[in-house]
Ligand binder design. Structure first.
Ligand SMILES: [Zn+2]
Ligand SMILES: [Zn+2]
Length: 458
């Protein structure tokens, strides 16, 4: 039984892992690096001989997990890909959007993109197999009853990260392996906390995104919501606008639900219009369609109807006039160049009355990450083609992370007491902290940061 990390570096990039067990090969996720174009942004897929993969699992539809799935499927057309129904619907939109983005990048950079076409994305999605939560199935997708036997069985558990996200339990060769995917053990505004199994497991493959920082003493999500509502009121009273860079999938819908609560509780004036991006709106529509069928908070809340907002989409979106007392909850979350959040940040950052509020993860090397660390009046360059500008606007960070705190991840590892832990999906500092903490907590357990492309015996 072996595990191979196909992600190129110790970072949150193109997440993908291969498991060889019981004579079969299973691939977990197949993402695209958010910042690298062409091959550099892909996992090490050349380590997988064509036709050698028996099945794949997609834990959720974020780009760092799904972005290269059509490439995997191109060389492994025989492999079914298992995911939840929500991930199937969201993933379809995400992949086609990804092709559009890659085509635009190709025009700008003459780079080695796109990695795949709309046609290939469509073919790939036809081989996706939706599977319900907490139902055992075998490597062909066949359901296994409570006593059903198979050399390999799989089972999904709600990961509480975004709509459709799961962790997966794999049983083979008399051992139990659990891959967390991206997980949140606390409730968010829409997503309910993860419902992961509590029984002991043999091998835990665990994300480590937030290993680099401790939770602030006294932190509560409710307190953070109050702080955001107050900050927004202050900006609007001064006549400014608020930009909230958000991931289109997950964070946009979480923010809309939060604005709904703010309006309901009288924390925010209802005459401050909300703007979101086109992709965010498409994904919001899927959240609404599944509102009554998925495990979530506010089960009946239809965001498109009950949280009025405008959609900035198409070529003209970036020329939309920026007005005061407006909420711009725009993607991308990391303010990647040529996205609406980047364009609007450049138009708003010199105005001391306005504000940029960060509400989620930002890679420190991205424009969002660089801006987030800036001092007042510091010159910041958000686009290589545009000269640096002074950052005069207010800037704050709020913690509405869709990832589990390091304390909660540590507690989970202690609860399931694995014999081996493989630390993934985190930078060197984050995974290093977990290696130290978990080695101390569980002296019998081997805690590893798997090297890229090397098969590790489990
Ligand atoms: Zn994610
Ligand atoms: Zn991720």
């Amino acid at each position: 039984m072996t595990f191979t990390r196909l992600t190129r570096d110790i970072e949150i990039g193109a997440n993908s892992y291969a498991l060889d067990l019981a004579g079969h090969r299973l691939v977990l996720d197949c993402g695209l690096h958010p910042q690298h174009d062409g091959r550099a942004g892909t996992p090490l897929l050349d380590r997988l001989a064509p036709g050698s993969v028996d099945a794949a699992v997609l834990t959720h539809a974020h780009h760092d997990h799904i972005g290269c799935l059509p490439l995997l499927q191109r060389h492994q057309p025989q492999a079914p890909v298992f995911m939840t129904e929500a991930t199937r619907l969201l993933g379809d939109v995400m992949l086609h959007n990804s092709v559009n983005v890659m085509m635009r990048r190709q025009e700008e950079l003459a780079a080695e993109v796109p990695l795949f076409t709309h046609g290939e994305a469509t073919i790939a999605t036809k081989r996706w197999r939706p599977v319900p939560l907490e139902t055992r199935f075998d490597i062909t997708g066949e359901r296994l009853g409570p006593h059903g036997e198979s050399p390999i069985s799989l089972e999904f558990f709600d990961a509480g990260h975004i709509l459709g996200s799961v962790g997966v339990r794999i049983c083979a060769e008399g051992r139990m392996i659990f891959y967390t995917g991206d997980v949140q053990f606390d409730d968010q505004t829409i997503s309910k906390a993860a419902a992961f199994p509590a029984e002991p497991i043999d091998v835990l493959i665990m994300e480590t995104t937030r290993g680099d920082r401790a939770t602030e003493p006294g932190f509560t999500r409710a307190g953070e919501e109050q702080r955001l509502a107050t900050a927004m009121r202050e900006v609007f009273d001064a006549g400014g606008a608020v930009l909230i860079p958000t991931f289109a999938l997950g964070k946009t819908q979480e923010m809309l639900a939060m604005f709904h609560e703010f309006h309901r509780d009288g924390l925010l004036r209802s005459d401050c219009p909300i703007y979101i991006s086109g992709l965010g709106a498409k994904l919001t529509e899927i959240h609404d369609r599944l509102a009554g069928q998925t495990r979530r908070q506010h089960p009946g809340l239809r965001l498109a109807d009950e949280v009025p907002h405008y959609v900035l989409a198409g070529q003209s979106a970036e020329f939309e006039p920026l007005k005061s007392r407006r909420i711009y909850a725009l993607s991308s979350g990391m303010m990647i160049e040529h996205t609406l959040s980047n364009t609007f940040a450049r138009r708003l950052m010199e105005n001391p009355k306005s504000a940029i509020f960060f509400v989620g993860y930002c890679d420190p090397q991205t424009p969002g990450g660089i801006l987030r660390q800036s001092a007042p009046s510091e010159l910041v360059q958000l686009d290589a083609a545009v000269p640096p500008q002074p950052r005069n606007c207010r800037l704050e960070r709020f913690d509405f992370s869709g990832h589990a705190s390091r304390e909660n991840l540590r507690a989970y590892a202690n609860k399931v007491r694995p014999k081996k832990i493989l630390l993934v999906h985190g930078d060197a500092e984050a995974s290093g902290w977990f290696r130290e903490a978990l080695s101390a907590d569980l002296p019998e357990c081997e805690v590893l940061i798997p090297p890229a492309g090397e098969a590790i015996e489990l």
